[in-house]
Design a protein around this ligand. Structure first.
Ligand SMILES: [Zn+2]
Length: 511
C-alpha cells in the first residue's frame, strides 16, 4: 500500500512538471477483466505460419488463451462446441474480429519523443496517438531532446494508463568525453530511471569506461556510430546491445579511410549524408563478411532504420506522401524543408546523381542486412521518425515495407517488428501472441502477409464484387491489456492537425 501511494505521488508530481505545451489528454484506453477477441486470424510473431480463425481471451493485462474459434451468442457466451461441451464463460467486452488479423503489438526500436518542431509545440499525445494508431505498443526511446526526466515520467504515466501512449523504454544519451564524468553520467541515468544508454562517442577510451560502468549497472547500450574511429567491430567488442542505422559497418570493411571528396567536411550535414551514400560500395565484401561475424559473436542487434534514408534515393516521393495532408503537423512539414541549420534537412542541391548513388547504396545495405539475419543475427524494426519526411507511425510501417524489399518474408518481418524487438530489449513476456504473455496486440482490418500496407492509418483500396472498397488500418491496439480504438486515436490526430493549421503561426507558408 505504501508503495502504491508512493507511486501515485510520483505520478502526481511528474504531471505537474508538464506545464510547457499542451499536456496529453487522459487515456481513452480500457483494461477489462475478461476480453474476448473472436474469430481472428493470428500471426503469432514467433515466426510460425498464420493460424485460425482463433478466439483470444485476455484477462487484465495477460493473454489467457488462444484457441480455435467457436460460435458465440449475443451475450458473449460461447454456445455448445462441436464436441458438445457446455461453457458458461462470460466477458466484459467482445470484439468480433471476423476477417481481421491479430499480430503482437509492434515494437518500434527507434522512436524519438518530440513535443515540438521549429520551436512550435504540439499536443503531447500527437505522436503517441500516431504510434498507437498504427498498432505500436512499445517504443524504445533512443534519446529525447525533451530530457530523461520527461521520458521517464511519461513512461510511468503510460504504464499507469494515465495517458494514451505505447510502453516507453527510455534510453539516454551519454556524451561526456571525460571517462570519470562519463561514468558519473551513467550512474545518473540509472538513478533517474533510464533503461539503457545511447552512445555515439568517438573516443574508444571513454567508451571503455562507459561500457564498464554500464555493465555493473546492467544498462544495455545502443549506438549510432556516425562515421568515425569507433566502427562496428570496435563497438561490438566494447559491448553494445544494438547498432542503430548502419554507420560503422561498411566503414569497418573499407581498407583505409573512407574515400570522401577533397572538399568534404564531416561537420557539414549535406556532405555527411550525401557521401554516406557511397560507403557500401566502397566496402570490401570479404571484410564485410568478417564484420558481420564479429557483430554476431557479440550478439549485436542490428536496427537498420532503412526508411529514414529513403528520401535520399527518391526525394520527390518522400516529400509528397499521401498521409501528410491529414496527419502531419504544419511545423513538422516546415522543419523537413531544406535548411542547413536543422538536423536532417540537407536536401538542397540534391541531384539525380545523388539519388542514383543512394539507390545502389540501399540495395547493398539491404543485401547485407538479409545476410546478417541469415547468419542468425537479430534484426529489428525502428523508424527514427520526425526527421527527413518521416512521419510517426507511418514511418514504422514503411520500415516494414522496406524489409520486404530487402527480401524478408512478411512472417519474418512481423517477427522482427515484435519478438525480435522484445529480445533486443530483454523483455521476455511480450512480442508473441501466446497464453501467459503480456496482451500487447494489434487487430488489423486485412492481411499484412498479403499487403503490409494494411497497417497504414490511411488504409488500402481492395476489390470486392467488382467494386473498389476502402479497408485496412489497425482497428484496435491493445497495450498491456488496455484496449484502444485505433481509428478513434487517428481521428484525434486529424483534429489536432486541423486545429494546428487553423491556429499555429507558421514559419513558412505552404506551397
Ligand atoms: Zn535517432
Amino acid at each position: 500500500m505504501a508503495m502504491r501511494i508512493a507511486a501515485i505521488l510520483a505520478i502526481a508530481l511528474a504531471s505537474t512538471s508538464f506545464a510547457q505545451g499542451t499536456a496529453p489528454a487522459p487515456s481513452s484506453g480500457v483494461r477489462y477483466n475478461r476480453l474476448l477477441i473472436r474469430n481472428a486470424m493470428v500471426i503469432d510473431g514467433a515466426g510460425n505460419p498464420a493460424r485460425g480463425p482463433m478466439d483470444i481471451v485476455v484477462e487484465g493485462s495477460t493473454i489467457r488463451s488462444v484457441r480455435p474459434a467457436r460460435p458465440i451468442n449475443e451475450f458473449g457466451t460461447p454456445s455448445r462446441s462441436a464436441t458438445g461441451a457446455a461453457s458458461a464463460e462470460t466477458y466484459d467486452r467482445v470484439i468480433d474480429a471476423t476477417g481481421m488479423y491479430v499480430t503482437p503489438g509492434i515494437i518500434d526500436m527507434h522512436g524519438h519523443i518530440h513535443f515540438s518542431r521549429n520551436g512550435i509545440s504540439w499536443p503531447k499525445d500527437y505522436e503517441y496517438k500516431l504510434w498507437l494508431g498504427h498498432g505500436i505498443t512499445t517504443v524504445r526511446e533512443p534519446g529525447s531532446g525533451e530530457g530523461m526526466d520527461t521520458t521517464v515520467a511519461h513512461a510511468k504515466l503510460s504504464s499507469a494508463n494515465r495517458i494514451a501512449a505505447p510502453t516507453i523504454i527510455p534510453y539516454v544519451v551519454v556524451e561526456s568525453e571525460n571517462p570519470d564524468s562519463a561514468r558519473a553520467q551513467v550512474r545518473r541515468v540509472k538513478a533517474g530511471g533510464g533503461a539503457g544508454l545511447k552512445l555515439f562517442i568517438n573516443r574508444p577510451d571513454v567508451w571503455a569506461a562507459i561500457s564498464d560502468e554500464a555493465r555493473k549497472l546492467d544498462l544495455p547500450i545502443a549506438t549510432d556510430l556516425k562515421i568515425q574511429e569507433v566502427d562496428a567491430i570496435r563497438a561490438s567488442q566494447l559491448g553494445i546491445r544494438s547498432l542503430e542505422h548502419w554507420y560503422g559497418i561498411p566503414d569497418a570493411a573499407i581498407p583505409g579511410p573512407q574515400r570522401f571528396p577533397d572538399y568534404y567536411s564531416y561537420d557539414k550535414e549535406s556532405d555527411r549524408f550525401r557521401w554516406a551514400g557511397d560507403l557500401w560500395r566502397q566496402a570490401d565484401s570479404a571484410r564485410l563478411s568478417a564484420v558481420l561475424d564479429t557483430m554476431l559473436a557479440h550478439n549485436v542487434t542490428w536496427d537498420p532504420t532503412l526508411a529514414v534514408y529513403e528520401a535520399n534515393r527518391d526525394l520527390d516521393r518522400a516529400r509528397t506522401l499521401p498521409w501528410f495532408r491529414e496527419y502531419a503537423m504544419p511545423q513538422l512539414m516546415a522543419f523537413y524543408e531544406p535548411n542547413p541549420e536543422r538536423h536532417g534537412s540537407y536536401h538542397f542541391d540534391w541531384t539525380t546523381a545523388d539519388e542514383i548513388m543512394w539507390r545502389e547504396n540501399m540495395r547493398l545495405w539491404e543485401k547485407w542486412l538479409r545476410e546478417y539475419a541469415a547468419r542468425g543475427g537479430n534484426v529489428t524494426i525502428g523508424s527514427d521518425a520526425g526527421f527527413i519526411y518521416h512521419l510517426y507511425g507511418f514511418a514504422t510501417i514503411r520500415e516494414m515495407e522496406l524489409h520486404q524489399e530487402a527480401g524478408f518474408h512478411p512472417i519474418e518481418i512481423i517477427q522482427q517488428a515484435t519478438s525480435n524487438g522484445a529480445k533486443a530489449l530483454g523483455l521476455s513476456n511480450t512480442g508473441i501472441v501466446r497464453p501467459g504473455f503480456m496482451a500487447d496486440l494489434a487487430i488489423i482490418d486485412g492481411n499484412p502477409l498479403h499487403n503490409m500496407k494494411v497497417f497504414y492509418g490511411t488504409g488500402v483500396d481492395v476489390e470486392r464484387d467488382g467494386k473498389v472498397e476502402h479497408r485496412g488500418g489497425v482497428r484496435y491496439t491493445i497495450k498491456q491489456g488496455i484496449l484502444f480504438d485505433a481509428q478513434r486515436l487517428l481521428a484525434d490526430v486529424r483534429r489536432m492537425v486541423e486545429e494546428a493549421k487553423r491556429s499555429t503561426p507558421q514559419t513558412k507558408a505552404a506551397p
